[in-house]
Design a protein around this ligand. Structure first.
Ligand code: ATP
Ligand code: 9VF
Ligand code: MG
Length: 275
């Protein structure tokens, strides 16, 4: 503990505790303001208890559930069919996506047993729906899914091992870069999130259109077709984009760490539950 004018500065663990109690716009008062840790902690605990009671009195909605419902309505209103495909999928789907044992993403997959894994992406389920519904629905086909995805991650403030993906796609006519960029623009305009588009590459899709907010990737988007389509019985042009919902929440609420936006027992709507 550092002593200045007999006033103790906060220890690293005290700082950590205060940071968890603070909301993004709040700051830890200067230690020289003569507030001791216990007083500060208990006043912040009281504020956070009030915040949670206010949610309980007002709308009682979970931010991750709510953003899923809002985005679902956005896409349903624009003619996209809502899909819920399995979270537990065959490992063979991963290989069929072109993610073979030599690829980085293959190592990130949570395997459940010899044959099954937790899905790291939504594309396999959407590919299968596009193929099946091509015999059923009029052109162009528009579908989307929002749901949990799992990846083993090592790095911190923008990655979760359990996160929520939105993937929308269109197959058939009008699958142009313009249509894709218009949908992305309309969605992010609707969410009031600033973004820029940059070109990138990934081994699954080749050329991708990445959507960035400052230095953080919000989405990767692709203008098909791609050679891999044949392995899924897909023969028509398509466009699609995958967004991380917790990354959208991180931007909207100005969280320092994505964990505040995640499925969690430590935070409720970004407020610490350790009260
Ligand atoms: P990154 O390079 O940031 O790890 P990625 O390019 O591997 O992301 P994609 O496969 O393009 O991710 O997935 C689409 C979107 O899903 C990403 O743009 C991001 O918003 C979100 N996403 C991917 N992995 C994670 C994760 N581990 N935690 C939270 N969101 C994620
Ligand atoms: C872009 C991100 C292959 C025709 C079912 C749609 C897309 C999304 C990339 C995602 C991924 N691709 N996480 O495909 O929309 O799959 O890596 Si479809
Ligand atoms: Mg990407």
């Amino acid at each position: 503990t550092e002593e200045r004018n007999n006033i103790p500065a906060f220890t690293p663990s005290q700082k950590k505790r205060l940071e968890a109690l603070l909301m993004p716009e709040e700051v830890i008062p200067d230690p020289s303001e003569n507030l001791n840790f216990q007083e500060l902690e208990s006043s912040l605990v009281n504020r956070r208890k009030k915040d949670i009671v206010k949610i309980y009195e007002d709308d009682r909605e979970n931010q991750l559930g709510k953003i899923e419902r809002i985005i679902t309505k956005f896409f349903v209103d624009r003619g996209f069919l809502e899909i819920k495909s399995p979270i537990l999928i065959p490992i063979e789907y991963i290989e069929r996506m072109g993610i073979t044992e030599d690829k980085e993403l293959f190592e990130q997959v949570f395997k459940v047993d010899k044959n099954m894994c937790l899905r790291p992406m939504l594309a396999p389920g959407l590919y299968n729906h596009l193929r099946k519904f091509d015999k059923v629905l009029p052109d162009p086909i528009r579908i989307f899914e929002i749901g949990p995805c799992y990846r083993k991650e090592s790095d911190g403030s923008q990655h979760l091992e359990e996160f929520t993906m939105l993937n929308f796609c269109q197959m058939g006519s009008m699958c142009t870069r313009k249509t894709l960029e218009n949908l992305i623009d309309e969605l992010l305009e609707f969410m009031d999130i600033e973004y820029e588009i940059v070109s990138d590459n990934c081994h699954v899709y080749g050329a991708t259109i990445d959507v960035l907010h400052k230095d953080m990737e919000l989405a990767s988007a692709v203008v098909g077709p791609i050679p891999k389509d044949a392995d899924w019985g897909i023969t028509k042009p398509w466009i699609g984009a995958g967004f991380g919902l917790e990354r959208l929440l991180k931007v909207m609420h100005n969280y320092k760490n994505i964990r505040r936006a995640s499925r969690s027992e430590s935070y409720y709507n970004g407020i610490t539950t350790n009260l």
